[in-house]
Design a protein around this ligand. Structure first.
Ligand code: HEC
Ligand code: HEC
Length: 353
């Protein structure tokens, strides 16, 4: 009994000692030092992707943050990115204009049509012929370093960028890779899912009978479009020969120009058909001016060659789809339901300058 009491009082004494030393410790730390640079703390960017979309994956080494997206967007719209390089005077937005879903009606000097930017986080194949493969970070680095040959020193000398890079990545000695990472974050924020068709899918809008007819043709063996342009992304992001040519020269050789494999003659990445009504002209070289011409291509213009996709050669389709005028009009009406003007007018995606 006695021994126990002694132990109890020793314990109490120890507790008092510990508390005293803690109080003196906290006293010693006073006054709190003011940090020299502001604390580096990022804000996670919140995505609002609908649940019928595939899993939205973000690489662990480049989490999407509000600060990173803001920086990436500024770089995207800044002609300083091309200063001293082969594209002097241009920003990314010179060719990728928001009202055209980040595409443009005039092709680039190589003859390639400008590709739209929509939901690009879901693809691993970039550019019409898949010259760049990997993550958004990889295509962004290609654009910054190889296409624009951006001069990092201009940005390091700029006080706005110094502060923005610090806020986004916690450093001021950034390089091309950091610039590309910021642009990749901006791309990750460019998601479109508010078209009329999305609202219909979500039970919030109705299609007209013609649009619905077009959807049925598109999404069944009748039109067979869905194999390569499947909902919800409206692209399988894979390479196909959809019968534009029977001989292949220059850029029309497509994926062959990247792989050197004869099985890749005339293969191109299936573009998304989201906002397709806003991205004329069509195909990798912009050969068709209207959606009607595109549908007529699939209906009666498919050219045969050894690499033509097997879907175009299904029994009964050797001579095209043979659609009635009404069925063709229905497909075009359906394609127009894929337009999302909330995307092309969203101030969050517009120039910060
Ligand atoms: C001079 C016009 C022009 C400028 C400026 C331009 N682009 Fe492009 N962009 C194109 C063209 C044309 C293509 C398709 C080229 C091809 O497939 O070879 C393309 C394709 C892309 C793609 C591929 C999209 C996909 O679906 O595969 C991305 C991403 C892209 N550009 C990002 C950028 C970024 C970032 C910048 C600024 C650093 C930029 N572009 C500046 C013309 C331009
Ligand atoms: C075998 C795969 C495949 C099938 C089936 C297919 N497409 Fe395509 N589609 C492509 C490819 C690949 C391209 C790009 C080809 C190019 O530019 O050289 C494309 C391009 C397009 C474009 C132009 C988009 C743009 O931004 O330039 C439209 C519109 C289109 N397809 C609609 C349809 C419709 C409608 C159907 C059904 C009648 C259909 N596609 C069937 C693979 C396919």
């Amino acid at each position: 009994m006695k021994a126990k009491r002694i132990y109890a009082s020793i314990e109490a004494l120890l507790l008092v000692l510990i508390m005293l030393s803690w109080v003196s410790c906290t006293k010693e730390e006073d006054p709190t030092p003011t940090p020299v640079t502001p604390a580096y703390q990022t804000t996670p960017y919140e995505f609002n992707i609908p649940d019928y979309f595939p899993l939205f994956q973000v690489p662990k080494n480049n989490p999407t943050t509000v600060e990173g997206v803001a920086l990436g967007k500024r770089l995207y719209y800044d002609p300083m990115l091309s200063q001293g390089g082969p594209l002097e005077g241009n920003s990314c937005s010179s060719c990728h204009t928001q009202k055209g879903s980040f595409s443009k009606s005039t092709p680039y000097g190589t003859g390639f049509q400008v590709m739209a930017h929509i939901n690009l986080n879901y693809t691993k194949n970039f550019l019409w012929d898949g010259l760049v493969q990997g993550e958004l970070e990889d295509i962004a680095e290609f654009e910054v370093a190889e296409f624009f040959k951006a001069d990092v020193s201009l940005f390091r000398a700029d006080s706005t960028y110094k502060s923005m890079f610090y806020k986004a990545f916690g450093k001021t000695d950034f390089d091309e890779k950091d610039m590309a990472y910021a642009i990749a974050q901006h791309f990750r924020s460019l998601n479109s899912y508010n078209s009329k068709f999305d609202l219909f899918w979500d039970g919030k809008a109705e299609l007209t009978p013609l649009e619905e007819m077009g959807y049925l043709i598109f999404n069944t063996e009748r039109g067979d479009c869905f194999h390569c342009h499947s909902f919800p992304l409206l692209s399988d992001h894979d390479f196909h020969n959809n019968g534009l040519d029977s001989t292949f020269e220059g850029i029309n050789a497509g994926r062959f120009n990247v792989t050197g494999n004869v099985n890749d003659y005339g293969l191109f990445k299936s573009p998304t058909l989201r906002n397709v009504a806003l991205t004329a002209p069509y195909m990798h070289d912009g050969r068709f001016e209207t959606l009607e011409e595109v549908v007529e291509h699939y209906n009666s213009g498919v050219r045969h060659s050894p690499t033509l996709d097997a879907i175009m050669l299904k029994p009964g389709k050797e001579y095209g789809l043979q659609l009635s005028p009404m069925e063709k009009a229905a497909i075009v009406a359906f394609l127009k339901t894929l337009t999302d003007t909330s995307y092309t007018t969203n101030p969050e995606f517009s120039s910060p300058f």
